[in-house]
Design a protein. Sequence first.
Length: 687
Amino acid sequence: MIEYLIFKTNDSKMKLKNIVIFAVLTFAFCNAYAQDTIVQWQKNYGGTNDEFVYSILNTPEGGFIYCGWTQSGDGDIKFNHGTLDGWIVKIRRDSSIEWEKTYGGSDLDQFRGMLATHDSGYVLCGYSSSADDDLLGIYQNDSSLIWVVKIKKDGSIEWQKTYAGNAANSITSTPDGGYILSGLANPTSGHSLLYDTRILKLKKDGTVEWEKTYGGTDDDQPFSIINSLDSGYVMIGKTASKELDPSNFYGGLYDLWVLKLKNNGDIDWQKVYGGSEDEYPHGIGNSDSNFILVGRTESIDGAVTYNHGGEDVWVLKIDTKGSIVWQKTFGGSGDDVVDIFQFSKDQYLAGGTTTSVDGDVENISSGNKAWILAIKDSVIVWQKAFDSSAVSPDASVLTPTPDGGLIFGGISFYNALRQSSFHGNWDIGIVKLAGHWKPSILQNSGCLPHSVKLTTSTPIFNDDSLSISWDLGDGKGYVSGGDTVYTPKYTSAGTYKVKLRVTNNRYGYVGTVLSEDSIVIAVTGKAPSTPSILVKGKDTLVSSYMGDSCEWYRNDTLVSKGKCQYVANQSGVYKVVVDSGGCPSPMSAGYNFIYTGIESGDLDNLFSLRPNPTNSRLYFTQHPPTPFKGGLAQARASITDMNGRMLLSGEITSGETSFDVSTLPSGIYLFRYQDADRVWNGKFVKE
C-alpha cells in the first residue's frame, strides 16, 4: 500500500508540475532495492487545523527536531498564541514527542530555517508580524519582519530579535560563532511582488555585525546561504534581473542566481545560470573548494545542454570563480523536481517528485512518483522511486540520520499516512527509514591472488558517525574497511563467508551494531605468471607461454584480443597479458619492436650500406647490380630516425645511389628500400 505526502517548493510559481512530493511508504518502495528498505516508523503530528514543516535535524540524543508553523491549539499542540504560531517539536528515537512548543503572538509567526548550536540549543529564523506575547517589546514595525530566535535545549527562549526585512528562509552558523542568514528585503516601493535579497551577519548574541541588500531592478529572491572555504559566503537564489549578469541571462521568468560574498558582505562575484525557459533553485553545497548547485530547469539552451523533457532536475558544479566545471540534467520525459541535501564530501542526497517513467527514473509505473536519489560526481549512484498522488503544494524535509537511514516528511494531507494519530486537515507526517545494508560483490576476479571489490547493496548516508568493518572469513576477524567499498585479496582457494558490520560512534547510538549481514565468496583458479615476449620470423610476436587468450598492447593501447601470437606491422613498445581459465596474468614488461618487413638475413647478401658508420655521404649498393624489379620508378629509399620520423627520401636510379647525411645529428638511423615486391631495412650510424 502506497500513500503520499506533499511539499512546497519555496517559489511563487504555484502550478502542479512545480510542487515537490514525498510519498510515504506503508510497505515497500517499487524498485529493485525494495527488499533493503525498512520503515521503522511513520507518524502524524498536529492538531485539528493546519501545520507546515520547513526543516528537520538530528539531535545529539539520537532523536529528531523539526520546525514550521501551526494554526492549531489542540491535539499535539498544547497552546496557540493566535492566528499562526512558530512550532517546534522534539521527537525521541521511537517517534514519541519529548517536547513541543509554540512561539509568537496574535498575528502571523512562522519558522522557516533551523540549525543546532554547540550548547545543545537551536537557532531558528523566519517571519513575525506579532507585537504581543513572545514578541512583546521585540516587534519594531512593519518593515522589520525577519525573526530570529535562540532557544535552549528544553525549548525555552534564550534570546530573540527582529530585523529589517520581510522574511528569513535560511540560517547557517559561521566559524566565528555567529550566524549568517538570508531572507527577503521589503518589496520595492509600488511593486508588492518585487523583492530584493537581504543578508545579515549576526554575532553570537544576535547583534547585527553587518546587513546588506542585493539584487537588481526586478525580482531577486534567496533560497539558501552557506559558508565558503575562503571565509566568505555563497548564496543561491533566483533572479529576474538581467543586469546582474547580462552575458549569461537568457530569459524566462527566473534564472539561477549565485552570489559570492566576502567576509564583510562585499560582493566577490555574482553569476546567473539558465536558458530561455524557467530555472528555480533548490540548494547549494560545498564540494572540495568548489560548489554544487541544484535546481530545476525547462530549458535546453544557454547553460543547459540537455533536457529529457518537461522540467528536469539540474545539477551544476562550479569553481571558486563561478565558472561551470560540469552540469547535468536528471529525469525523464515528464516533470522532475528535487531539493538537495549534502551529506558527505562529494555525495548528495536528493528527494522530490517525478512524472517520468523513462530516462534516469528506474523501475516505476505511470503517474506521479516520489523520487529519492543519491548523486556522486554527476552520476546517480542510488535511487528509489514509488507511486504517489499530487493534490496540493506544501513544504518538504529530508535528511540522512546518524544510524545510516533517512527521515523525511511533510504535510500528511487528509491523513495520507492512514494513521490513528491523525488530528485534522493537514498534519505533519514523518517517516523514518532504517539504515539496512547487505554486502555485495562489485568485482570478482576468481583468480589467485583473488581480488574482490566488496560494497554495500544500498549506500550508507554517512556523516562520519558510522564505523564500517569487514570480516573476510579468513579467521582474522573484523577489520576496518573505512568505507562502503573494500577490496581484499585472497591467496588461497576456498569458500569464504564475508560479513559486513555497521556500528555507530556518535549521538545516542554509540556502540550500537546497526547491521550485520554476510555473503559467500568462492575463490578458485590460479593466475598465470608474468609472461615475456618472443619474436618469430620478421613480424610475429609470441607470448612466452600460451593461455586461453591474450591481450596485446602497443604503446599502452590495446591492439588485439584473442590469440597469443600477434603479427606486428608497426614499430612500438609491445606488452601482453595472458588469460588462463578466466585469470589474467600481470602485464609483461615492454618489448621495443622495430618493424622491418623482412626476416633477419633475408636480403642482406643483396643490399648494403657503406661506409657504416659515416659522417658525410651514405652509399646504397645492390650486389650484383641487376635490373630493379618493377622498373626504376617503383624503386625508392627513405631514411628515418628511430621513432619513425621521415628525414630523407629519394628514387633509386642505379646500382649504387648516394645520400648526403652530413646535416643529420649523430645517432642511429633506419634505411628502408622498397621496389615492386621487395622490402629491405638496414641501419647505419651517423658520426
